[in-house]
Design a protein around this ligand. Structure first.
Ligand SMILES: Cc1ncc(COP(=O)(O)O)c(C=O)c1O
Length: 367
């Protein structure tokens, strides 16, 4: 099938949805996909229209927070083809989260099968190219064994919930103001911060909701010393630092070294977007450094942002440290390095640029 024909077919299949006004909200899909695990054995995933669970009131997910989740997207490309972005990395991260909470990991191939089935059964919810909207998948793993005594269960349910979501930037790519939070710790240094588990988010609500009420987002510091930047509520942190090589007496044709800085911490989620952006930054000749970043280093950065699946990059215009009365400013418009990386990654996701790293899986829904 040529590109024109597949684009035509896509148009015919589209739901009557105003894609641009969706936002990051749940839109009821036709189907979800489920698979249970009993006695250590996973059943085959199946699609169902029933969005409710018959769950025991003492299930370990409810009693002890034994649950983990993921977030990934499928894109309709410029060529009409459907691309799922780095699903294997999400499958591996879910497996790590499962191990972290003493759950039976979902096998990678089962994860992939469930995502493809969810896509196939909800193909009308995959937004057309050009709308900026995407089909988001929320894979969820829960402990279902009834238990009263504190301890892990041994029965699990894996669920994939698809939902179309609107463009993160319905207008133009823009900045958000962030505020430093010191009154809520998101995750302890050897706690569950490196896993994508519900408890991390519930524990951060007090801080994130307070920031949102002021039209801002918040940055969490390391829980032990409140000295280093950890991450944002649902995104990693990136800073761009320009070093004047002449001042350093380094011989070079380029006057500046541009450094992509991102925190090294046991308490943060290994972001797949951040990993992709680091690769793209290295390819473009930028120095990429992952290390502890002191809060005060914000003053040396020319650009700063949060990054994650939902936004790709959310540039910061200001970071406010209210307790210390300091505001770090990065300009009211997104800076050149982050803008370049933002478009570079989106171009790969939408098939506008070559995917040299094999990040996207093209799914053929015509057979
Ligand atoms: C706490 C946290 N950090 C970072 C990220 C970004 O990760 P990713 O790029 O894989 O979406 C997310 C979103 O999943 C998150 O919830």
């Amino acid at each position: 099938m040529n590109d024109e024909m597949s684009a035509l077919l896509n148009d015919e299949m589209m739901q009557n949805i105003d894609w641009s006004s969706l936002g990051f909200h749940y839109t009821e899909p036709d189907y979800i996909v489920r698979a249970a695990c009993h006695d250590g054995v996973w059943e085959e995933p199946y699609a169902t229209q029933d969005k409710y669970l018959h769950l025991h009131v003492s299930a370990t997910c409810l009693q002890y927070g034994q649950e983990a989740f993921e977030g990934l997207k499928a894109f309709r490309g410029v060529d009409g083809k459907i691309r799922i972005f780095r699903w294997r990395d999400n499958a591996r991260r879910l497996a790590k989260s499962a191990e972290g909470l003493f759950m039976k990991p979902v096998p990678e191939e089962l994860f992939g099968k469930a995502i493809r089935l969810a896509l196939e059964k909800n193909i009308d919810f995959l937004p057309p190219y050009g709308t900026g909207a995407t089909l988001y998948f929320r894979p969820l793993l829960i402990g279902t064994t009834p238990r009263l005594g504190v301890g892990p269960g041994h029965d699990f349910e894996f669920i994939v919930i698809p939902s179309p979501i609107g463009p993160y930037y319905p207008g133009k790519f823009h900045c958000t103001t962030f505020i430093i939070n010191r009154y809520v710790d998101r995750a302890a240094p050897f706690g569950t911060g490196q896993f994508k588990v519900g408890g991390n988010y519930a524990s951060s609500f007090r801080a994130t909701e307070a920031a949102h009420a002021m039209g801002m987002d918040c940055i969490f510091l390391d829980a032990k010393q409140h000295k280093y930047i950890d991450e944002c509520s649902a995104a990693n942190f990136i800073g761009i630092k320009k070093t004047d090589r002449c001042a350093d007496r380094v011989q070079s044709t380029d006057r500046f070294t541009i450094e992509y800085l991102t925190p090294r911490s046991n308490a943060i989620l290994p972001s797949i977007t951040n990993d992709s952006l680091m690769t793209l930054a290295k390819e473009r000749g930028y120095k990429v450094t992952r290390r502890h970043i002191r809060l005060e280093e914000l003053a040396d950065m020319s650009e700063a942002a949060a990054c994650g699946t939902a936004c790709v990059i959310s540039p910061m215009d200001k970071v406010i440290d209210a307790e210390r009365g300091i505001t770090y400013s990065f300009g009211s418009e997104p800076g050149p390095v982050l803008t370049e990386l933002y478009h570079a990654l989106k171009d790969i996701q939408y098939g506008r640029a070559e995917d040299k790293h094999g990040w996207t899986e093209i799914v053929d829904m015509t057979t």
